[in-house]
Design a protein around this ligand. Structure first.
Ligand SMILES: *Cc1c(COP(=O)(O)O)cnc(C)c1O
Length: 341
């Protein structure tokens, strides 16, 4: 058990001892000058994993998404995204502020987009309409409780955009969880897209960083955007070294997080004051309704006083995540305290 038991996010995961060692021993150079061998190794490893020509190490998933949007779309062009999408809700307005794009949000079936609705909102561009340049697909989908868009639907979305010359970017902050949940490979998902971002600092426990992959030309352009955003890092290999350990050693264990989240959901669903549907748990995120009276924020504060951390995301809703720093005893503690509440 950990103290506190931190269910707020998988971003709270600490680097593993192997990561700390790799960071201490990393061979480094100046990555802005293009000669940090460890950053290059990480970029090549990710590109290989997702079957793309090249990749770029970025400080955060937000910067990876922003760089992708800025390369795929010109200012004034439109980007389609699910309405609870991360880039439109949780990246501080970055796409409009720094890439100058219009974001058109689409409703969905709990995070899964309808290819025909996507087609409906693709504009060729005219004297009136902004050209639609890009579709962003978030997989797994954070605010739809870690829902996976399966490969079959990814391929249909790819078809819908490709036939109109629109690019597709996967916000794969939790692509690893989508792979663990479905058994599909990162390359199979990425084959449905022109570009893909993935976080190293969430479920994979690296301290900092995301990776963005695409064609060589795309990555060259994204590298320049990264520089304009102040994201060029010098001895980046110290961070990249942890990312390499993350890719090598932390992906296979994500199924444990998913199993624990199912146990959390089943446990909470059995309690009178909590409401959720365990059948909907696909990966490591759960939104649960608090019915015990008073706002969810109070319930979260009371749990915190008992050593269990979580976020309230609406007046009656709490979000929980499982990750490498949550074990079976943490789940036991959560369920015991939730029951006592
Ligand atoms: C966490 C997250 C990101 C990026 O987050 P950073 O904190 O900027 O690394 C992007 N998309 C989704 C869906 C996320 O959950």
């Amino acid at each position: 058990m950990h103290d506190p038991s931190d269910f707020r996010s998988d971003t709270v995961t600490r680097p593993t001892p192997a990561m700390r060692r790799a960071m201490a021993e990393a061979v480094v150079g100046d990555d802005v000058l293009g000669d940090d061998p460890t950053a290059i190794r990480l970029e090549e490893a990710f590109a290989r994993l997702v079957g793309k020509e090249a990749a770029l190490f970025v400080p955060s998933g937000s910067m990876g998404n922003l760089a992708a949007i800025a390369v795929h779309a010109r200012p004034g062009e439109a980007v389609l995204m699910e309405e609870w999408g991360h880039s439109v809700n949780f990246e501080a307005g970055g796409p409009s502020r720094f890439a100058g794009v219009m974001i058109r949000t689409l409703s969905s079936d709990r995070g899964i987009l309808d290819p025909d609705l996507v087609r409906r909102w693709i504009f060729a561009g005219s004297v009136h309409t902004p050209r639609t340049a890009l579709l962003v697909v978030e997989n797994t989908h954070n605010f739809h409780g870690g829902r996976v868009t399966p490969l079959s639907r990814m391929r249909e979305l790819r078809q819908a955009t490709a036939e109109k010359g629109v690019a597709l970017h996967i916000d794969g902050a939790r692509l690893w969880n989508a792979c663990a949940a479905t058994g599909a490979s990162p390359a199979e998902f990425a084959a449905c897209a022109d570009s893909v971002t993935a976080c190293l600092s969430k479920g994979l426990s690296a301290p900092v960083g995301s990776v963005l992959a695409g064609t060589r030309a795309f990555v060259d352009a994204a590298r320049r955007v990264r520089k304009t955003l102040g994201g060029g890092m010098r001895q980046a290999g110290i961070l990249a070294a942890a990312g390499l350990v993350a890719l090598d050693t932390m992906r296979d264990r994500l199924v444990e997080d998913h199993a624990r989240m199912r146990r959390v959901a089943e446990g909470l669903a059995a309690l009178p004051n909590w409401e959720c549907d365990p059948a909907r748990v696909e990966s490591n995120i759960l939104f649960v309704r608090w019915k015990g009276g008073g706002p969810a924020a109070d319930a979260a504060a009371r749990l915190k006083a008992r050593g269990v951390l979580c976020f309230d995301t609406a007046a009656d809703t709490i979000r929980l995540l499982t990750h490498a720093d949550i074990d079976d005893q943490d789940v036991d503690r959560l369920l015991a305290e939730a029951k006592d509440l």
